[in-house]
Design a binder for this molecule. Sequence first.
Ligand code: SAH
Length: 481
Amino acid sequence: MGYQKNELLKVVIEDIGNGGEGIGRVDGYALFVKDAVIGDTVEARITKAKKSYAYARLEKVLVPSPFRVEPKCPLHRQCGGCQIQALSYEKQLEWKQNKVKNHLVRIGGFEKQLIDKIMEPPVGMDRPYGYRNKAQFPVGYDKDGTLIAGFYAGRTHHIVANTDCALGVPENKEILERILRFMEENRVSAYEEETGQGLVRHVLIRKGFHSGQLMVCLIIHGRELPSAQKLVESLCELENMTSVSLNFNEENTNVILGKDGKLLWGSPVIEDTIRELLPNAGTGSFTESGRAVTFRISAQSFYQVNPEQTEKLYSLALDYAGLTGRESVWDLYCGIGTISLFLAGHAGQVYGVEIVPQAIEDARANARLNGIENAEFFVGKAEEVLPREYEQNGVHADVIVVDPPRKGCDEKCLETMLRMQPEKIVYVSCDSATLARDLRVLCDGGYELVKGRAVDQFGQTVHVEVVIMMTYCGSDKKNKR
Ligand code: SAH
């Protein structure tokens, strides 16, 4: 039996969907209830009814779940950023671990026993708030015409005013307030998407967690900021301000940054360091090894947003790669060379491949900055550069590391990896569904899953990173379906 729109139902939430929504059932009919927490008994009103399921709005929590916690951010239900703030952090981690395992079993076709055996306990955050080193705040007006900065409400372009995001650094608030004050006092307008009028679109703020350095970039719909000097004076008063710049984006687009920009004050880059850590066997803890790599980051650079967890993720990737100093290592989808440079100190030679030319320029500059001479970088698609280098130049790999975007690796890339037959493959993934799909291809081609671990880079959200290590075991295909 189905239900109708606007009907009010009482339901026990038994599961969490991929988007973080609570899932409950009434007579076998599934209800997806945003903001409901697993273990809650709630009253929910149907907003969209289908034959066997419906979306519903949380009206009232009748019996709160034991896993329910008080969210830090009062705006978490309106804002699109955090989906599971009301769920205890321990439960978030457990759910993420299960999600990864389920994907490996259901999509990858691996046996549950094998997955339970190879997956180590997830690496959680010590502080699951205030962890982001970067934030991009849209600027606009509220319904009364007041200038605001904040975040887009889930899947819309309606701005929720919030200068103090709980995932960001405390400096964001003061910086945004100074920018809004500057705009008001100097009659600088905010850009409005509907009309294409106005100037300031977004504010990008970055902080180097180890260096403390701060970067502010105003993204404007134009090429000139009136009274820019006053903004510089105001922002320079803040301790550790290192870079103030403009970025020009005159397109009518969802892409935040434009191609060109202009430095208003200070340095075009900030610095940050990624320390090498040694995982303490059998625990979620790590010890510093004393080594580190320093990165120069511009407003445009891609750089991991959770530096503390990135150190753990890359240290695990390094540990899994088991390098002795002689290996030839390929780092596919290398961005600004973060993983490549991290591995270089332990390998014979590292090759990085990345599609964005600017990122490769950053990678080369970062190699020089750290005195790393055994890293070479290629601009291009992994699925084109790797086959070309293998077929035409006969390159060899002892270890291949991949860290692709959510859509995973291209088939041609996987196929070339199988032909190159490195002893080890380390797969760093931000989407366990495409990870599972790709691991199946690699295991059908002769690789065996050895170890894996989820690392939470994005507490309060539904995202999770995973690192998996595989070794070549010949064509007997141990990890059968
Ligand atoms: N390992 C890096 C970046 C990972 S994000 C780091 O941790 O900093 C994934 C990267 O893959 C992005 O930089 C993106 O630009 C790049 N990319 C996307 N498609 C690609 C492709 N087909 N070939 C090579 N790189 C690609």
